[in-house]
Write a protein that binds this ligand. Structure first.
Ligand SMILES: Cc1ncc(COP(=O)(O)O)c(C=O)c1O
Length: 357
């Protein structure tokens, strides 16, 4: 892949001394490339970060044909940089794009672009405890047309944003509210794709429960409204009796989280049992109340592991015994040690990018 690297203008900024709130500040450069059936993927460049100039009739604005990804770059103790399982992100973007009838860049060149951009912006990877550089690849339908059909042309771009530690003051638990009125995804729908519409559809319920003190929504299956699926932007796990970690099985309606998969592979090496199952919310609430479920936590790139202390359901709150609990803390430590290169990486999950010191 040929990537043109454009010079930075006089307005380039120095990296922030401290990352700010998530996703508000972006680095000096972005990657982008275009697709047309005639030329294939072309015009790949790393340019100064800049606004996109798009016709108001561009297809993405009207019919939402778009997908995105989220992963992070971590500063290693030796000063170099780690990406964590980036192959899974580029493959997942290709799967999401396939579901949305889009043309995606092949995962290898997508990864090449990601590495080139992170290398160009390596000074923006923060080195404070649990800080990181968030990577947001995006693919949008670029045809200028109001006709409802799959776009012929696409724009792929990647932007970077320094991220403060998810847990600013300690490992603070989150409260979730179980949605009984709205659903996130149906079987056969787009739940397993990382596409904007899934998130747009979740906002009404998450805004409704925020003033009630819940930070996230827990979604149930769309048909029986009883099987646990996932929370806002995280997969979810329940710990039974302090040693068995159970998470909903992948049914096509939930996002195949990379953190979830990492927990399923890593936890057995730390002495825990893992299970993917169909979890009835009524059983879950009963087991939280009885104390059989000792911990609940979310899993996702942003927080890695987010302990849950309270589930609201049908006007009643169910309090989790241990929040944060020892297994959540153990997993957070073990996973972040691999991500930051502080511990050996027996699964070959990290990709090291060497940068000048
Ligand atoms: C809906 C949803 N579920 C789960 C996850 C967790 O996935 P990952 O661990 O790959 O970040 C995310 C975040 O990407 C998400 O948006």
């Amino acid at each position: 892949m040929q990537i043109v690297i454009e010079p930075l203008g006089p307005n380039a900024r120095k990296p922030l001394a401290e990352p700010l709130a998530f996703g508000k500040v972006f680095t000096n450069r972005m990657f982008w490339q275009k697709y047309t059936p005639e030329l294939g993927w072309h015009d790949a460049r790393i340019s100064p970060y800049q606004p996109l100039v798009l016709d108001p009739a561009t297809l993405v604005f009207h019919y939402g044909q778009e997908v995105f990804e989220g992963t992070k770059a971590y500063r290693r103790p030796d000063g170099h940089i780690n990406l964590f399982r980036p192959w899974e992100n580029t493959n997942r973007m290709a799967r999401s794009a396939q579901r949305m009838a889009m043309v995606a860049p092949d995962p290898e060149s997508h990864l090449e672009a990601m590495i080139a951009l992170v290398r160009a912006e390596h000074e923006w990877v923060p080195s404070g405890a649990n800080e990181s550089l968030y990577i947001r690849p995006t693919l949008i339908a670029a045809d200028v047309s109001l006709g409802l059909s799959a776009s012929r042309t696409y724009l792929h771009y990647i932007i970077l944003s320094p991220a403060a530690p998810y847990f600013g003051n300690g490992f603070k638990p989150v409260s979730v509210h179980v949605s009984t009125e709205y659903v996130r995804a149906v079987r056969g729908g787009t739940g397993a794709a990382k596409t904007g519409g899934n998130y747009a559809a979740s906002l009404l319920e998450s805004e409704r429960v925020k003033p009630l003190g819940y930070q996230q929504v827990l979604w149930l299956d769309a048909i029986e409204r009883r099987y646990v699926e996932e929370v806002g932007a995280m997969n979810i796990a329940f710990v039974y009796n302090g040693r068995r970690i159970v998470t909903p099985a992948l049914t096509g309606t939930i996002l195949e989280g990379i953190t979830r998969d990492s927990v399923l592979k890593l936890a057995p090496t730390l002495g825990y049992e893992v299970e993917e199952a169909r979890l009835d919310i009524h059983d879950v609430l009963r087991d939280i109340a009885s104390g059989e479920i000792t911990e609940v936590f979310g899993m996702g790139t942003a927080a890695v592991i987010a302990p849950v202390d309270r589930l609201g359901y049908a006007g009643k709150d169910y309090f989790v015994r241990q929040a944060p609990g020892p297994i959540a803390q153990h997993l957070l430590q073990a996973l972040t040690d691999i991500q930051y290169g502080r511990a050996p990486d027996p699964f070959n999950w990290t990709l090291k990018i060497e940068v000048p010191s």
